[in-house]
Design a protein around this ligand. Sequence first.
Ligand code: AMP
Length: 295
Amino acid sequence: VRPELDALPLDQVRQVGDLRRRVRDWKRQGQRVGLVPTMGALHEGHLSLIRFAADEADRVVASIFVNPTQFGPDEDFRRYPRRPRKDAALLAANGCDLLFLPDVETVYPPGHITFVDLDESLDSPSRGLESEFRPGHFRGVVTVVAQLFNLVEPDLAVFGEKDAQQLTTVRCMVRDLHFDVEILAHPTVRDADGLAMSSRNAFLTPPQRAAAPLLYRTLRRAKRMVEAGERDAAVVRQAMQEALAAEPLFETNYADVVEADNFQRVDRIGSDIILPAAVDVGGTRLLDNVRIAIT
Ligand code: AMP
């Protein structure tokens, strides 16, 4: 019991039954329900997704759930920032109607054994890149997203392009499991210096924060190379890797060139690609990407 949360300005539910009652009431009235899944510690990126959902749907449900199954054993699950009181005020101010704030035991009751599996033998978008550095991460993501879809039963759900490989993998899951949920993508929201907003940015020390915009600068420079006519992915990859290696605070996880619709690595650059990159900055991972559509 967390009594301090009860005085919040936003309607919130922690139990499945309460959630279903609220959402089904709306649907009976013919209202379209949008879902924005988050892990909380909300920033302007999340809030843009909420406002976008409010434009597209009659009612907006936000979930805040730090999902243990998408964190590796050595990752930051325990220290991931949690501030539901502040989050609820921000959600209320940005057009959210209901906050779903389940406990771990609600999502994964004792005896929980069922997960959504991803076939990595095929050309799965979940293969490589994030999965190489976070094995099992997307299995946890698609499992919790499937659970949230079954719990909330939304008409649409909004995801950020910042997590582009996740977005592509979720789209596959929705197609493969026949979920009747429309997936909408929202562009990446950035600080003034270009750094993609992230709840994890709060972990950066001042020198790390000062170095961080190099990630997006590198992606932008690579995008300009492609726009100027470069079609050899190896050349673009190498340029990105060299630029990132020049920053001593960065340890590059990957900087790559993939097909936009399926996240497969490419050799020759085609008409619609994504440059995804991730770097480790003293234990904090920065993740970003740019998309290049050549018309
Ligand atoms: P998270 O709380 O990090 O799990 O993110 C929840 C949702 O917000 C995901 O769909 C993310 O892709 C999205 N998101 C996170 N940061 C940003 C950002 N800077 N711009 C746009 N969407 C974001």
